[in-house]
Design a protein around this ligand. Structure first.
Ligand SMILES: [Zn+2]
Length: 256
């Protein structure tokens, strides 16, 4: 197990990803622990099968899982959210997410195209709907909500000021650059409302923030301004190449 800690953020969950070993369960997204002192929070959860290992990883860091009071969701996809109900059997936490995330997890169409049913639909509460510009405290730490649509329409990022500089939990807007640089953003599909031009705007926005690190939904965190810039520019380059392909709108909603 290789828990990465940056200041008061620890990556406590990761599924299999481009040859990198899992340390929660195989198919889950990354899960991050924020230590705000008086309380803890998670960003994304993963599948239910990941939850016992996540709680164990919190304990292995010397923290008490009972102090987890908040859960922030990056978007509705099951690999990030399916474990919420299981988590809430163990901790008394408020779940925060986009209105479309809430609708999706309540069984409505949400992010999905009308008539499309996800293979593994999730039923879980989103207690607090949040949007661009909202600020939520986790003990001594402040998170500012960023709207980051593109991969899905409900994409949210969470900007956080760490001692080492500004960082952002980026969900599937951008994945950590991998040993093979083929997967730099979450899968795009019109079934879940992907919009490539929106993704380009979200990536540009992250690039212009001058972040010192970012915490992606899959892959390793990017640490240092140079790594962050290189990773985001690489992702933007891939998106520009995608936008240059004509007649791809049968697969991806291109609106340029
Ligand atoms: Zn996703």
């Amino acid at each position: 197990m290789d828990i990465i800690t940056v200041d008061n953020v620890s990556m406590i969950g990761r599924g299999l990803w481009h040859g990198m070993p899992a340390f929660s369960d195989d198919y889950s997204s990354n899960c991050y622990l924020i230590d705000g002192g008086s309380e803890l929070a998670l960003v994304d959860v993963g599948f239910a099968t990941a939850v016992p290992q996540l709680l164990q990883n919190v304990r292995s860091l010397g923290r008490d899982p009972e102090k987890i009071r908040k859960v922030f969701l990056s978007h509705a996809h099951a690999d990030h959210t399916a474990g919420i109900a299981e988590l809430l059997r163990h901790v008394d936490a408020v779940v925060y997410g986009h209105a479309l995330t809430k609708e999706t997890l309540c069984g409505g169409p949400g992010i999905y195209r009308s008539g499309f049913l996800p293979v593994d639909p999730v039923s879980a509460p989103v207690h607090e709907v949040i949007r661009e510009g909202d600020v939520v405290r986790v003990g001594d730490v402040e998170l500012t909500v960023l709207g980051l649509p593109g991969h899905t329409p409900d994409g949210l990022g969470y900007l956080i000021s760490l001692p080492s500089g500004f960082s952002c939990f980026a969900g599937d807007t951008v994945d950590g650059d991998q040993p093979v640089k083929s997967a730099v953003t979450g899968w795009m599909n019109s079934v879940w409302g992907s919009r490539v031009s929106h993704l380009r705007a979200s990536l540009s926005r992250l690039l212009n923030l001058g972040l010192h690190s970012f915490f992606p939904g899959h892959g390793d965190p990017q640490l240092g301004q140079v790594a962050v810039r290189d990773s985001l520019e690489h992702s933007l380059d891939q998106v520009h190449r995608l936008l240059s392909i004509r007649d791809l709108d049968w697969l991806i909603a291109i609106d340029v």
